[in-house]
Design a protein around this ligand. Structure first.
Ligand SMILES: [Zn+2]
Length: 201
């Protein structure tokens, strides 16, 4: 039985945290590069492992690269949506969908659902590896699909994110999900860059 749709989003082939990176003196088992500069590591990341630590960070000079898409994701786990996608979501009775403006790119918004669904990591067999002594989170969280949710039979209308974020270091991002009829409506809109994948129990 289908309980939801997962939003699979095309890559933008860009980094929201910026283009500067450096090699830390010791990788300590994490990536051998970090965002920012050696004398000034990126302020929105953990100085030890490079994970994102500031959920409110907005890059003041970022512009979307693949501009014909309605929705794209950067390699460092940010979703950007077009004005058309934003307007469509605003026309729906969905709560908790945030669109944050980009100072350098008025055509796109950081897209972020705020309603959270619990991911069933035990059932999926998600691996949590390489804990960081500084931010106290796991550097590797591997195993996001297939999506299993804790105690959910059918997701209500709207857009959601999982409580867990998946990936390694700065690329970590939650899974974005839509309720069944919301996912089917989104599919009818033919937004470019977006594929809706059924989530079954
Ligand atoms: Zn860390």
């Amino acid at each position: 039985m289908i309980v939801a749709y997962r939003l699979s989003i095309d890559d933008d082939d860009s980094h929201f945290l910026g283009d500067e990176s450096f090699r830390p003196p010791q990788s300590a088992g994490f990536h051998d590069w970090r965002f920012g500069r050696a004398e000034h590591p990126h302020p929105a990341t953990c100085p030890t492992c490079g994970r994102k630590t500031d959920p409110d960070f907005i890059n003041p000079s970022f512009r979307v690269k693949r501009r014909r898409r309605d929705i794209v994701a950067t390699a460092d786990g940010y979703c950007l949506a077009s004005e058309r996608f934003r307007r469509y979501c605003a026309s729906q009775p969905w709560e908790g969908v945030k669109f944050l403006p980009l100072p350098a790119d008025p055509d796109f918004f950081v897209f972020r659902p705020t309603l959270v669904l619990p991911f069933d990591a035990a059932r999926r067999g998600t691996r949590f590896e390489n804990p960081c002594p500084t931010c106290r989170e796991y550097y590797n969280v591997i195993g996001a699909t297939p999506v299993y949710l804790v105690g959910i039979e059918r997701i209500q209308d709207g857009l959601y994110r999982t409580d867990l974020e998946f990936g390694s270091g700065p690329e970590q991002q939650p899974v974005t999900l839509a309720g069944i009829s919301s996912g089917e409506e989104l599919r009818k809109q033919k937004f470019t860059g977006l594929t809706l994948c059924p989530v079954a129990t």
